[in-house]
Design a protein around this ligand. Structure first.
Ligand code: SAH
Length: 244
């Protein structure tokens, strides 16, 4: 009798924990589905509608779970049409700007791409989805550590991360086919131009303050000359000089 009731109690406990477990799993799945739906809508309404047609870029933005790259307090705004705070006064860029820069960079699979300003790691994940070999530098150790954890947990552990000053580039891994700068320097840093491969493209917001920044693409021609194209006004956090 006693052993029978113990068995019944054990069975009830197993059933209880199994139910709780599956409720949580169902809840998580429902939330993931809801975020996926938001992501598809975001790509259509914010990115395709503004004229971005690059299929690989659209697919990358449909794939990377942006909600995982923002603090918990911002998750429900993860797919809104604007930058969001990620701590220490820094931001994750507006989805459209990530798409625009990725598309202007014209990345093809296997290219070596350097990103300056890892931030949340979101742009780096988008570059990885474009099948680039990604190198990314972040100045602030706390921000870099969070990005490393996020990227690792989402299967982007192959991205090469470094805490350091983006003004210096990553000379040991140069030259780069593409360089994407996601903080604004007053002018294009010479070290980055020097690390750009022949036919390379660098995309950067450039300007002394957030009110006068331009999004520029610098292209290294076959003769080694750099040609700079202007793609309009943008507002990024400043690229801060590292301590020398
Ligand atoms: N690409 C990021 C957003 C970048 S916000 C994302 O997808 O979330 C700009 C980042 O550039 C910030 O994290 C800031 O700390 C970093 N940064 C500023 N100056 C830098 C420098 N000199 N070198 C490297 N990173 C820098």
């Amino acid at each position: 009798m006693r052993s029978g009731s113990r068995t019944a109690a054990l069975a009830a406990l197993v059933l209880f924990s199994a139910t709780c477990g599956s409720d949580e799993a169902t809840g998580n799945r429902e939330q993931e589905d809801a975020f996926r739906a938001e992501r598809i809508l975001m790509v259509r309404s914010q990115i395709e509608r503004r004229g971005i047609r690059d299929e690989a870029v659209l697919r990358a933005l449909q794939t990377v779970p942006r909600e995982e790259f923002v603090p918990d307090s911002e998750r429900r705004r993860a797919y809104s049409d604007r930058p969001l705070p990620i701590g220490e006064g820094q931001t994750i860029s507006q989805p459209y700007i990530v798409a625009l820069m990725s598309s202007l960079a014209r990345i093809t699979p296997g290219q070596r791409v350097l990103e300056i300003g890892t931030g949340s790691g979101y742009q780096a994940a988008v570059l990885a989805e474009l099948e680039a070999e990604v190198y990314s530098i972040e100045l602030l150790p706390g921000i870099a550590a969070r990005a490393e954890t996020t990227l690792g947990s989402l299967g982007y552990g192959d991205i090469n991360l470094r805490v350091g000053d983006g003004y210096l580039g990553w000379p040991e891994a140069a030259p780069f086919d593409r360089i994407v700068v996601t903080a604004a320097p007053p002018e294009i840093p010479q070290a980055l131009l020097d690390q750009l491969a022949p036919d390379g493209r660098l995309v950067a917001p450039v300007g002394p303050d957030p009110w006068s920044q331009r999004l520029v693409v610098a292209v290294r021609g076959e003769d080694g000359e750099i040609e700079v194209q202007d793609h309009g006004g943008v507002a990024f956090v400043p690229m801060v000089p590292g301590k020398r």
